[in-house]
Design a protein around this ligand. Structure first.
Ligand SMILES: [Zn+2]
Length: 878
């Protein structure tokens, strides 16, 4: 445990280091329990730092074996070494070298930070502060060094040895051992350092860059799994081509390697030239991966690759600037997926994630700005706010200044800051310069937490043919920010006539902004549109042009006009969601089935007849009702999750029954005899077919169960098989248990597929689920040591089973609290992440709130907590 636990790090305390490390030469001798690291660091005083002060290097659970200064063994009084730091009292005034030998036990490293073993391989994870678990270093992102790494291992145990940069030498080291030397010419912070050693298979290819250089690209996986990595390799090559085409960014090394490992805290890591991935985001075959898995693999491969420029070539000055690389890179991967697939469907999917994760975070005790100003444990700030809201800020920036100025700003940023560690201010200044606009107020999005609510009220004057739209905004208080200032909110908008015509906007209404975009930058504003021939329906926040909640006084008929005619696909979908949300909220209020809503069923029926054939992926999004969490967020306070669940189910049953004939017909039309291909078109057809099955089964459970069982058994791909199992999992009875048993038998040797099976059962909204969960923890495939297993079983329960995690008797909270405490000693990062399931506890009804608080207090009061869990429990209770 680090002894500085509890210390608050603040942005305003930033100062440059007193020393720089220009070069780092590492010699790593891999051994299961006693890996030796010899690090020769070339240091000099930093002209920007303080002169002649002691040198303090970071460590974490390290053991120093030997130390030399300028190749002379250091006298004991010259330094002080503890597991947490190495202090050189009086370093030489001239540039000097430090040769540090440390020894670590990779097998005992259950935190999966630093150098550890996953299966039979050695691998590393250094972001954010894992490198200090390998050797003493200035472990912060603004210290950029050129790394040369020699890796040595038993040839039998680790025939493959990979490092950052390009391979420069390899050979025999005697005694059954061999070595490889890697050199990375690009200076980088140590969080981007990586090595891998192990027995691995690969798929490889060659990519020719825009300037004609050949790059060897490869994906390494456990032996026997190479076939399942071909999709990831293909996604990588497409990402490389896209970044050249869209951002003019070319790859810069001779090789690019991706390695999949099974024990990994995060999704993947962008180490320079050597990305290390959670195998969940690499391995895929028709038999084992769903369409969603394929889409995730594509997106995450792209994301980590895009970091080569946004993160690696230009890195962050300090961890407060994390969104500089993450928000921007999420935006880039979202754009890539939008180009590769359906833009509208991708946008809807991204907004669903944003609302589910980030809006939830932003409205609770863990709310923080996109760029936080302080932290206790940086690992806890890899959040939806930094990533997803950070991406929305970039998207708004582009909406504000337009595509051309945005691209010029990006080019300027790459030109000016290549090879440096930059800040948000420096980034934003590039766009201000490229667009000639003052972005000072806009930059407040990085500083102010909380989700603004925009309220819109419209009035049509038939005589004057004018339409007035009054807009106001308010952002609720968040921890540490009681007072909020108005944000700069780009609202993309249009006016739709009753018969579906798009009414031309009078130019004065949005003067000074990009076409079709009004920018609300004060507490309120009124827009007046002239020459409006009929009472229009306003279509606001098209494409979800800002991460805000929109309140608008539209009648149901007006929403249905947008659903039917809006030229903006996002708002078409949104209006259908709003109609459904209102129906569910009415049912929550009444506690009984609402009066059957003909209009909604009729509108859906019409929509399916018009659009199901031409745009099935979009139609599938329309058929998916808002989630229980969406409804809970809409209610906002004193939420009873059981009432939400019942109400949503009532509406779903009613809709499924009303549309049963159409759904059954569409389902059979979409049945395909074509072999499975994981492309967007096929995925769209499967998504709609499975959405039909799901809604049909709600309305006609007996027939639905039969249909689902048939699909479950006959499917030739995981998408259809798992969707059918998902439908069955919501229908209590023998068929469900039979299908679950058949599924686990069929995939008993595939851990990633069993994760799906764990997760599905953890999400069953029935009181018996907690017992089922306890039973599954004894399943031979389950392990508390593997983050994927923990997330799929316990994480799915905590994060995605609203009724059972939030049981009125508090048993769900107690279970998750127990799991957090059990995990904490082994892997604090995963434990802390699990604890964030409590982030919405304050919006529950009083009884559950009390139970949740009790469980949180129990966690917070446990002695010896990691800084990670202490931080989350403390903030959750504040
Ligand atoms: Zn990233």
């Amino acid at each position: 445990m680090r002894d500085e636990s509890g210390a608050v790090i603040r942005l305003e305390d930033y100062r440059p280091t007193d020393y720089l490390i220009d070069r780092a030469e590492l010699d790593i001798r891999l051994d299961r329990h006693a890996t030796r690291i010899l690090a020769k660091l070339h240091l000099r005083a930093n002209p920007a730092g303080r002169p002649a002060v002691p040198l303090v290097l970071d460590g974490d659970e390290l053991r120093l074996v030997s130390l030399a200064i300028d190749d002379v063994p250091a006298a004991p009084e010259a330094f002080e070494a503890s597991p947490e730091r190495l202090v050189i009292h009086a370093p030489p005034a001239q540039p000097f070298t430090l040769t540090i030998e440390t020894e670590i036990d990779p097998t005992a490293n259950t935190k999966l930070m630093g150098l550890y073993r996953s299966g039979s391989a050695y691998c590393t994870q250094c972001e954010a502060e894992g490198f200090r678990r390998i050797t003493y270093f200035l472990d912060r992102p603004d210290v950029l060094s050129v790394f040369t790494t020699r890796i040595e291992a038993d040839r039998d145990e680790a025939p493959v040895l990979l490092g950052n940069g390009n391979p420069v030498a390899a050979g025999d080291a005697g005694g059954g051992r061999h070595f490889a030397i890697w050199h990375d010419p690009f200076p980088k912070p140590c969080y981007l350092f990586a090595i891998v050693g192990g027995r691995l298979d690969k798929v490889a290819d060659r990519f020719t860059t825009m300037s004609g250089r050949a790059v060897e690209v490869a994906v390494y996986v456990e032996p026997g799994k190479a076939e399942d990595a071909t999709y990831a390799l293909d996604a990588l090559k497409r990402s490389m081509a896209w970044d050249e085409r869209v951002f003019g960014r070319e790859y810069d090394l001779d090789v690019f390697n991706v390695v999949a490992v099974s024990d990994f805290n995060m999704g993947a890591m962008e180490n320079k030239g050597l990305n290390i991935f959670n195998d969940k985001y690499v391995l895929a075959s028709a038999e084992t991966a769903t369409d969603a898995d394929y889409a995730n693999i594509e997106a995450i491969i792209a994301h980590e690759y895009f970091h080569n420029w946004t993160g690696n070539r230009i890195t962050c000055r300090d961890w407060f600037q994390l969104c500089l690389k993450e928000g921007l890179t999420v935006f880039r991967d979202q754009e890539f997926s939008a180009d590769e697939r359906s833009r509208a469907v991708k946008r809807i999917a991204d907004v669903r994630v944003l609302r589910a994760q980030q809006f939830a975070e932003d409205s609770g005790p863990l709310a923080h700005p996109v760029r936080p100003r302080q932290y206790r444990e940086i690992n806890n700030f890899y959040t939806a706010t930094v990533y997803e809201k950070g991406a929305e800020v970039i998207r708004m920036l582009r909406t504000l200044i337009g595509d051309d100025a945005f691209r010029r700003g990006m080019d300027l940023y790459f030109d000016r800051y290549d090879g440096t560690a930059a800040t948000i201010e420096e980034f934003v200044a590039c766009f201000a310069e490229a667009s000639g606009r003052d972005l000072g107020h806009f930059a407040q999005w990085y500083e102010q937490a909380g989700t603004p609510t925009v309220n819109a009220r419209g009035h049509y004057d038939a005589e004057a043919k004018t339409y007035r739209l009054a807009l106001t905004q308010v952002t609720p208080p968040t921890p540490g920010q009681p007072e909020k200032a108005p944000q700069v909110i780009p609202i993309r908008l249009g006016l739709v006539g009753g018969s579906g015509t798009e009414i031309a906007l009078s130019p004065a209404a949005t003067a000074g902004h990009m076409p079709g975009v009004f920018v609300l930058d004060g507490p309120s504003a009124t827009l007046t549109f002239t020459n409006v021939p009929e009472k229009p329906v306003p279509s606001l926040l098209r494409g979800f042009s800002a991460p805000v909640r929109l309140e608008i006084d539209l009648e149901e008929d007006e929403l249905l006009v947008l659903f039917r005619y809006d030229s903006d696909a996002f708002n078409q979908w949104q209006s259908a969601q709003t109609v459904a949300t209102r129906a569910i909220l009415r049912a929550v209020g009444a506690g009984t089935p609402p009066a059957p809503d003909r209009r909604m069923a009729d509108a859906l029926r019409h929509f399916l007849s018009m659009r199901a054939g031409s745009d099935p992926a979009f139609a599938a999004q329309v058929l998916a009702l808002p989630t229980e969490a969406d409804i809970a967020r809409e209610i906002g306070h004193d939420v009873d999750p059981d009432a939400v669940h019942r109400a949503r189910q009532l509406v779903k049953v009613e809709l499924g029954a009303a549309l049963a004939a159409e759904l059954a017909e569409l389902y059979s039309q979409l049945s395909s005899r074509e072999p499975y291909v994981p492309d967007a078109a096929g995925a769209g057809r499967r998504a709609l077919r499975n959405a039909c099955l799901d809604l049909f089964a709600a309305g006609r459970p007996a027939e639905g169960e039969e249909l689902a069982m048939r699909q479950f058994r006959d499917a030739d791909n995981m998408t259809d098989r798992f969707a059918a199992l998902g439908v069955l999992s919501h229908l209590p009875g023998a068929a469900r248990e039979t299908a679950l048993a058949e599924f686990s038998e069929r995939f008993r040797n595939n851990a990633l597929v069993l994760d799906k099976w764990f997760s599905l059962q953890a999400m069953i909204p029935e009181p018996e689920t907690l017992e089922r969960l306890r039973g599954l923890m004894r399943h031979p495939a389950f392990s508390m040591g593997n983050p994927n297993r923990v997330r799929s079983l316990i994480g799915s329960f905590a994060m995605a089973n609203l009724t059972q995690f939030n049981r009125a008797d508090g048993a769900g909270y107690d279970f998750v609290a127990d799991m957090v405490l059990a995990l904490d000693a082994r892997n604090p990062q995963v434990a802390a992440r699990l604890l964030t399931a409590f982030r919405t506890w304050k919006m529950l009804e009083p009884r559950r709130r009390a139970e949740a608080e009790k469980a949180l207090r129990r966690v917070a009061g446990t002695p010896g907590l990691s800084p990670d869990v202490a931080d989350i429990s403390g903030r959750s209770l504040s």
